[in-house]
Design a protein around this ligand. Structure first.
Ligand SMILES: C[C@H](CCC(=O)NCCS(=O)(=O)O)[C@H]1CC[C@H]2[C@@H]3[C@H](O)C[C@@H]4C[C@H](O)CC[C@]4(C)[C@H]3C[C@H](O)[C@]12C
Length: 324
């Protein structure tokens, strides 16, 4: 399971948790403006916006899981197993493979509005990257500082939903996830009043009782509700440190600990990494399951007009600061 979220203070932040039972070999990867993307059906894109994000790089290609471009547009792919459907190529459409979707959009669009225009012509095709890396069944959140949308390629075609919460998890489809929020509209950060019966002396015996009923499990619907509640009620200062700290706290609400989500054969899904990108400043912050210290890579410290990928393997292992 995974959860993606946006957050706005003075700057705009976009990030996600990536939850899985193994890593493909993830690296913070900068794609400079003149790296040549060769699209399977759409030809070469020789110059484009620069981007930074988490990717598995193979055969010289950045297979992005999530990224933000130099214009502050962010995009993340999350599992959508059983619902994602990719198509055969169609004439008069932009036939883009699932693994090309992030470079296709972030390479050319500065805003969600521009992405929406491209999405009108898109057909996500079922071309796999390779035999070893078959199609990933995903849906995506795209966001800039103004708005967020969810994009799903399903049996009926491409669905584009406005995402007023700025949160995405996995199944079910996004419209159903949103509908479920209706079930939780009584939940509040404030202390509850006794509406149960004025004939009973009920009272709030503990802090936090306004959120009684907020689901605590790891299912994707429950994580959606929990992340939405935490994000929508989030309060923080607007400095960089306070904003980044708060962002990691928001996604901390849906963190997965080893042992709690068994996926078979003694294997457990865990939060392999959590990212938070300052989309205005191009700084990609991350923590990993093994390393809680926040590490960061700055897009603008690289030569943005370059042609070669710049790759940063994740720093692993707890970095514990001894105080005495
Ligand atoms: C496993 C990741 C999604 C994590 C997630 O949503 N887990 C939830 C599990 S579940 O709902 O509860 O089943 C996805 C997100 C991005 C995916 C990767 C990216 O799409 C890039 C390439 C795409 C290739 O087709 C496959 C390898 C791959 C490198 C993908 C491997 C894997 O499917 C990734 C890493």
């Amino acid at each position: 399971m995974c959860t993606a979220a946006t957050y706005r203070t003075k700057d705009f932040y976009f990030g996600r948790t990536l939850d899985y039972e193994f890593s493909y070999g993830d690296e913070v990867t900068v794609t400079p403006r003149n790296f040549s993307f060769s699209f399977r059906n759409m030809g070469l894109m020789e110059s484009h916006y620069a981007m930074i994000g988490m990717a598995h790089v193979t055969e010289g290609y950045p297979l992005y899981y999530d990224a933000v471009n130099e214009k502050g547009l962010g995009m993340a792919g999350l599992n959508f197993v059983g619902n994602a459907a990719y198509k055969e190529e169609e004439p008069d459409k932009d036939n883009v493979a699932q693994f090309e979707f992030i470079p296709w959009i972030l390479g050319q669009c500065a805003t969600v509005q521009e992405a929406k225009a491209l999405l009108k012509r898109i057909n996500l095709v079922k071309t796999p990257f390779s035999k070893e890396l078959p199609l990933a069944q995903l849906h995506w959140m795209m966001a800039d500082c103004e708005e967020a949308i969810t994009v799903e390629s399903v049996k009926d075609g491409i669905k584009v939903y406005s995402n007023p919460v700025g949160v995405l998890t996995n199944n079910p489809p996004f419209d159903e996830q949103m509908f479920q929020l209706n079930q939780y509209m009584h939940i509040s950060p404030k202390a509850p009043e006794n509406l149960f019966s004025d004939k009973l002396p009920l009272y709030a015996y503990s802090r936090g009782m306004g959120a009684l009923g907020l689901p605590g499990d790891l299912s994707s619907q429950s994580r959606f509700v929990r992340a939405a509640f935490v994000k929508m009620n989030s309060v923080s200062g607007d400095s960089e440190a306070e904003s980044v700290s708060q962002f990691f706290h928001i996604l901390g609400a849906v963190d997965q600990q080893r042992g709690c989500c068994e996926v078979g054969d003694g294997q457990y899904e865990v939060t392999l990494y959590t990212s938070c990108c300052n989309a205005d400043k191009g700084i990609y912050y991350y923590t990993t399951y093994e390393n809680h210290q926040i590490t960061a890579v700055n897009l603008y410290k690289e030569r943005l007009d370059g042609t070669q990928l710049v790759r940063y393997p994740l720093i692993q292992g707890e970095q514990i600061k001894m105080q005495n």
